[in-house]
Design a protein around this ligand. Structure first.
Ligand code: CA
Length: 580
């Protein structure tokens, strides 16, 4: 009898669990007070990566120990840049080579995995990474290296819908976490090194049906789609040939490869855009809108409400893809952006008006400052790599430029604490020798027209986690790191900042002083952002570990310096050893 009862209960348990699983709604995604789930990339669509949880704090963090760890397995490892999503008692975590796992939060047991079948000829520029998924309804949705979107049932891992976004053979790929804003699934594309055309798209998250598409290169037509999929022209982005000469805008880059943020207070979605293509700026005189910019869009129509260009006529692959994180300052809503070009920008989140711009790295060679009146950089003309056609026709002059194209900051997202009023920016100090070469567009071929070698600027460090005061432009504290920082940051009301290092550590430091309070060796380099949540009165912290990303592939002399680092692929979850 007892045995039968046990079987009966065991049979009922999964049903009870399914009944508890709530469909994710837009209201749940926008609810900043929810500490039990992490429903979006950025720990909230604003991307502040701030948690109000305090159980793990400056006094208790020393007792943080592993709760469980999970290996992604497989023969292929490489860079793991993913932020886990926490929803309905499950962790959804993406991994290299377009994989996604569902894990039971309590036990660390695998519930299911999905491995996307990738063609041989995919062309990711910067490793086979994925940065995370979105959740909506009963679905978990992520982008793949062959430029598809896949929506899976949260409970079973079965495909509910799958959409081809674009042609991988032309250089399109997807690595960013999708954004849900106003109930719309909003995604970008990667591929700026192949002369693709950047764009932002809105879809019905439950069906994958396209609602609108908005190119981020001036001159291209935007579209809206009705329920039958019929396209209606929705206006050209900007004006044809206004900031681009001739035909180059047709392969103009400006990829939206890092995805976007959304602020319910302004009703706007913010997407950074990458470099104009090709890298050789002399082939495309003009500002090359809207490359290397922040673009603010209406999530329901894709209409561009404002755009601010960080690097007009970008010649250094500075991109501008970095996240735009909104916050309150002096009673007003602003956005902060630590650009790859070395300047930190503070911009009115509603209007796009520049409020302040200041360096967050020690060496910037391409511009002396940003003119706050015009919003334009004061270029240092001598430090732009020259036009090869003015010399021997094969190679222009080599200049030493800082930051290097891998950026004063790259894909690793920063955090903002409303408690301290500081941004925590994972910065890197490096430079590069760069020169221009002739290039013509060929579908699926690298479209750079430039050569380069990245070099460290200092003997003892490349990375530096910096606490940046957006009011004053001052660096309040910094923690140097030997290897380049490539993982994201999280801050909490417990007065802590968490970040990972390529040397393998997840660290917790005091948000006010930067003093290191705790660290844990995860077994491989950390190039992903941590998250935190609470379950049953216990606060947890999780981070993905697995060295890789753009540095080993593109890092020149820096790559040689860090070639002792080992690859991996796992997620670690921590809690306090003793219950507080
Ligand atoms: Ca680029």
């Amino acid at each position: 009898m007892k045995t039968r009862m046990t079987i009966l209960l065991a049979g009922l348990a999964p049903l009870a669990f399914i009944a508890q699983a709530a469909d994710i709604t837009n209201a749940m995604i926008e609810n900043a007070k929810d500490t039990k789930n992490v429903l979006s990339f950025g720990m909230g669509t604003q991307g502040q990566r701030y948690s109000t949880l305090t159980q793990i704090n400056t006094k208790t963090v020393g007792q943080l120990v592993p709760a469980w760890s999970f290996s992604f397995g497989g023969e292929k490892q490489r860079g793991q840049e993913s932020q886990p999503i926490i929803a309905n008692g499950k962790m959804f975590v993406t991994a290299s080579y377009s994989r996604i796992f569902a894990i039971d939060l309590k036990t660390g047991n695998k519930l299911w995995k999905y491995e996307h079948r990738l063609p041989e000829a995919i062309m990711p520029c910067c490793d086979v990474v994925n940065r995370g998924a979105a959740v909506y309804g009963n679905l978990v949705i992520f982008g793949t290296l062959d430029a598809q979107l896949v929506a899976l049932d949260q409970n079973t891992g079965k495909i509910v819908w799958k959409e081809k976004v674009d042609d991988y053979a032309a250089g399109y790929s997807m690595t960013a976490a999708p954004l849900i804003a106003k109930g719309v699934l909003i995604t970008g594309v990667s591929g700026g090194e192949f002369g693709i055309v950047g764009r932002v798209e809105g879809r019905d998250p439950l069906t994958g049906e396209l609602l609108w598409t908005r190119p981020t290169v001036e001159g291209h037509m935007g579209y809206r789609y009705d329920k039958e999929g019929k396209a209606t022209e929705a206006g050209v982005t900007g004006t044809v040939n206004k900031s681009w000469p001739g035909e180059l805008w047709k392969t103009g880059g400006a990829s939206t490869w890092m995805g976007g943020t959304y602020d319910p207070a302004t009703g706007l979605a913010y997407f950074g855009t990458g470099n104009p293509a090709p890298w050789n700026s002399h082939l495309r005189p003009g500002d090359n809108l809207y490359s290397s910019s922040t673009v603010a869009l209406d999530p329901t129509t894709g209409q561009i409400k404002w755009a601010y260009q960080n690097t007009p006529n970008d010649s250094w692959d500075f991109d501008g893809a970095n996240e735009f994180v909104t916050f309150d300052m002096n009673g007003k809503r602003y956005g902060g952006k630590a650009d790859r070009n070395g300047f930190f920008y503070v911009i009115d989140a509603k209007t796009g008006q520049l409020q302040n711009a200041f360096p967050f790295v020690n060496k910037i060679t391409w511009a002396s400052s940003i003119d706050l009146k015009t919003g334009r950089p004061n270029f240092i003309a001598a430090n732009r790599p020259s036009d090869p056609t003015k010399g021997d026709g094969k190679k222009g002059s080599t200049v030493f430029a800082a930051p290097a194209f891998l950026g004063a900051k790259n894909q690793m997202p920063m955090a903002y604490s409303p408690q301290t009023g500081l941004f925590y920016v994972p910065a890197n100090e490096w430079g590069m020798e760069i020169w221009n070469e002739p290039i013509t567009y060929k579908k699926g071929g690298a479209y750079l027209g430039a050569g380069f070698t990245i070099k460290p600027l200092n003997e003892d460090y490349i990375g530096a986690l910096r606490a940046v005061d957006p009011k004053t432009g001052k660096i309040v504290w910094e923690n140097k790191n030997s290897a380049p920082l490539w993982g994201g940051v999280m801050t909490t009301a417990g007065g802590l900042v968490f970040y990972g290092t390529p040397e393998g550590y997840l660290k917790a430091v005091d948000a006010k002083s930067g003093k290191e309070l705790w660290k844990f060796q995860t077994g491989s380099g950390v190039v992903a952002p941590p998250v935190t949540w609470e379950d049953g009165g216990v606060q947890y912290v999780a981070v993905v570990s697995g060295w890789g990303g753009a540095v080993p592939l593109w890092g020149g002399e820096v790559a040689k310096k860090v070639n002792f680092l080992e690859q991996g692929g796992s997620v670690w979850v921590f809690k306090l050893a003793t219950k507080i």
